[in-house]
Design a protein around this ligand. Structure first.
Ligand code: NAD
Length: 340
């Protein structure tokens, strides 16, 4: 059993903890919080040992009825690998802690590529992660882009990608974030950081991305255009998406034309936290004009990176060397069958 610690039990950390707990080959040895919160109560109810970043807050936790197992340093001693899901920028400050403890560490997309020197996506570079001490799972948007670009690149070769990201302003519980009534160019300059981030995983891809933030919380929407090296038929492209374990197809017959309805669909399917772990590709939007491919895909920011973290744990610890087997194992343990 791989012993996994989760440092930072927020939007991503709590999902990763549940995903780890569901796997047959790994277990949660602890999660960390900075202050008592509803999430800390959830951790307690799930039976995850609760560690805290600042031991001087121990009394506050215990007064709230939250037993403290120890400090983050103590948690690291019990772990083979730590998933750092602290807010962007905090994670890099934790690197000395992980070096000192001699544990493997995975950071999230809010950190720069340099924090680990290696950026991960299950489809694209699983084998390169085998045995690594440090890795960074790329952001939600980059994960969604990497999946679709890599699949098309393997099948047809990708000449260039141009993509527009319509990004959610904040997560549903982020009551202090996001524009209230605006479309914010984020950034106003072109390209946005997403293209270079894709290149941290797929360095040979010619990609330019543009991004804006809109006042919604549920998902991002990508407008993707690719020039392929060889012409593709729509049927064949849809066939690739149908077979891909982390690409969902939002069928025309489902009558879904928005992120709101897609989230409702995930909820009705009984997904935990109504999470959509796959790219939500709108079947009707998939269009091939000669060598050009166009599509819309919805990306659930809170969810798609979670399954990637699980595969990254398997690769870094070397317990499974075949990416397809790890992806299948992760999905099966989470009862995740992509919508088709
Ligand atoms: P979050 O704010 O929801 O959760 C972060 C948690 O870390 C909080 O519980 C906070 O209390 C805790 N924390 C803060 N400082 C800490 C410290 N020093 N030690 C231990 N815990 C600490 O953040 P999030 O949205 O889960 O983001 C985490 C990372 O995942 C970031 O790098 C982010 O960019 C990335 N990410 C976020 C999303 C998303 O949509 N939320 C998507 C993909 C990647």
């Amino acid at each position: 059993m791989i012993r996994v610690a989760i440092n930072g039990y927020g939007t991503i950390g709590k999902r990763v903890a549940d995903a780890v707990a569901a796997q047959p080959d790994m277990k949660v040895v602890g999660v960390s919080k900075t202050k008592p919160s509803h999430e800390a109560f959830v951790a307690k109810s799930r039976g995850y040992p609760l560690y805290i970043a600042d031991l001087s807050k121990k009394a506050a936790f215990e007064k709230a009825g939250l037993p403290v197992a120890g400090s983050v340093d103590d948690m690291l001693k019990a772990a083979d690998i730590v998933v750092d899901a602290t807010p962007g920028g905090v994670g890099e400050k934790n690197r000395p802690l992980y070096e000192k403890a001699g544990v493997k560490a995975i950071w999230q997309g809010g950190e720069e590529h340099e924090v680990a020197g290696f950026s991960f996506n299950s489809d694209c570079n699983y084998r390169e992660a085998i045995g690594k001490q440090f890795a960074r799972v790329v952001s939600c948007n980059t994960t969604g882009l990497c999946r679709i670009i890599n699949a098309m690149d393997k099948a047809y070769g990708v000449e260039k990608v141009r993509a527009v990201m319509v990004r959610r302003g904040g997560d549903p519980a982020d009551i202090k974030r996001g524009p209230i009534d605006a479309i914010v160019l984020n950034p106003v300059h072109i390209p946005s950081h997403h293209g270079p981030d894709v290149q941290s995983v797929l360095p040979h891809i010619n990609i330019v991305t543009l991004a804006m933030i809109v006042p919604v919380t549920m998902m991002h929407m990508h407008v993707v255009q690719m020039d392929l090296k060889t012409a593709a038929s729509r049927e064949d492209v849809l066939g690739i998406m149908e077979k891909h374990p982390r690409m969902g197809l939002v069928r025309k017959a489902a009558g879904i034309t928005s992120t709101a309805e897609l989230k409702e669909y995930a909820m009705d399917m009984g997904r935990p936290r109504s999470d959509l772990w796959e790219n939500g590709i709108f079947e009707e939007s998939v269009s091939c004009i000669g060598k050009e491919l166009y599509l819309f895909q919805a990306i659930h920011q809170e969810a798609d990176v979670v399954v990637e973290n699980i595969d990254c744990i398997r690769a870094m610890t070397g317990i499974e060397k075949d990416p397809a087997k790890s992806i299948a194992m992760t999905n099966k343990a989470m009862k995740f069958v992509a919508i088709k």
